[in-house]
Design a protein around this ligand. Structure first.
Ligand code: XIL
Length: 339
């Protein structure tokens, strides 16, 4: 069902044609530059919507495709938010990255509370994947199929999926998604794997094993939530991304933000600019880096303050949606075309 609010009914073409080209200009080639989008903001904030249409070429639903939103009650599917974003993206000629199909968070309580093991679980897992991927088979061509399956020590996370289905669930999720849409590019997505180490190695080894048995997996998503305490160097990021690309995988940077202590100092903001520029430059010059996506358009909607005590200001725009200095630094990183 086409379900568009009045704020989404604006003429996308005229906006596209008349406004400052911003990042759209620097994404004529790969990588495509994206941002996560919130259904509630698209419904209510025209400036938010306009900035996204004006500057970006790819969007990721930030929450609208999560299990708790899609299946609030047992036996129920609610695609209102996801459908809205898909229709809006189509209208505005934006690519959509589907996110996340199988994840351990934002799971409704009815599912968490199911008696374990439950034979219905396999059925639920299968129908969730098939229904979601096939519903958007004409509009979502890249999916984060499995998100954050590993702990920081490299062991598999004891999610409801692992507990109920065993470690095979990862492979099965990719096979089911491929079956539902053989054209879609399927990604494994995780955080803190941009830096060499136990977790990154564990993901790498899993992908080698899956590729060896011809599981349909086409790419790796590096979330790239940079923050004090997680500050990989340019060399570390480049080496890691290249190692995965050498497996023949497409690279997407899926959730870039750079959190700093708040209130921030000039020095914090300077370091932040350097990080944004660095990540843009790395992706820009790497042939296999096809999408570079930000998490949260502006500081007022960023997930960082509510999830990381004392950190914030992690995006390219302030709460009034004005460009910050780091926006220009990021753009600079993209304009240095080093192929
Ligand atoms: C976050 C959203 O931004 C928040 O709005 C929500 O409350 C929690 O989830 N890794 C992911 C994303 O894969 O889906 C998460 O998004 C951030 C961490």
């Amino acid at each position: 069902m086409l379900f568009l609010s009045s704020c989404a009914n604006l003429s996308a073409r005229s906006l596209y044609d008349t406004l400052d080209p911003g990042l759209k200009n620097s994404i004529a080639k790969s990588p495509k530059i994206g941002v996560s989008v919130l259904y509630s903001e698209l419904q209510s904030n025209k400036q938010y919507e306009n900035e996204i249409i004006k500057r970006f070429s790819s969007v990721t639903p930030e929450n609208a495709m999560k299990f708790e939103v899609l299946h609030p009650q047992p036996g129920e599917s609610n695609f209102t938010e996801a459908d809205f974003i898909i229709d809006w993206a189509k209208l505005n000629k934006l690519n959509v990255r589907g996110h996340p199909i199988i994840w351990h968070r934002q799971i409704p309580s009815w599912l968490k509370e199911m008696e374990l093991p439950d034979s219905k679980f396999q059925e639920l897992f299968e129908s969730h994947i098939s229904e979601l991927v096939s519903r958007y088979k004409d509009s979502v061509l890249a999916w984060d199929v499995v998100n954050e399956a590993f702990n920081s020590d490299g062991s598999l996370r004891k999610s409801i999926w692992l507990k109920n289905l065993g470690p095979e669930y990862i492979k099965d999720a990719f096979i089911l998604a491929h079956h539902a849409n053989p054209r879609a590019k399927l990604f494994y997505n995780d955080y803190d794997i941009e830096k060499p180490g136990i977790k990154s190695d564990a993901v790498y080894n899993l992908l080698i094993r899956l590729l060896a048995i011809k599981v349909p997996i086409h790419g790796i998503g590096f979330q790239m939530h940079l923050r004090p305490g997680f500050t990989p160097t340019e060399m570390e990021i480049e080496t890691t991304l290249k190692k995965f690309a050498d497996l023949g995988l497409e690279i997407h940077i899926t959730e870039l933000d750079v959190a700093i202590p708040v209130p921030s100092t000039d020095e914090d903001r300077q370091k932040q600019k350097e990080k944004f520029e660095m990540v843009a430059r790395i992706c820009e010059k790497m042939e296999s880096c096809k999408v570079l996506s930000l998490w949260g358009l502006h500081d007022g909607v960023s997930w960082i303050p509510s999830h990381f005590k004392g950190l914030g200001e992690a995006t390219l725009f302030d709460e009034q949606i004005n460009k910050k200095e780091c926006y220009e630094a990021f753009r600079e990183g993209l304009n240095k075309r080093l192929y």
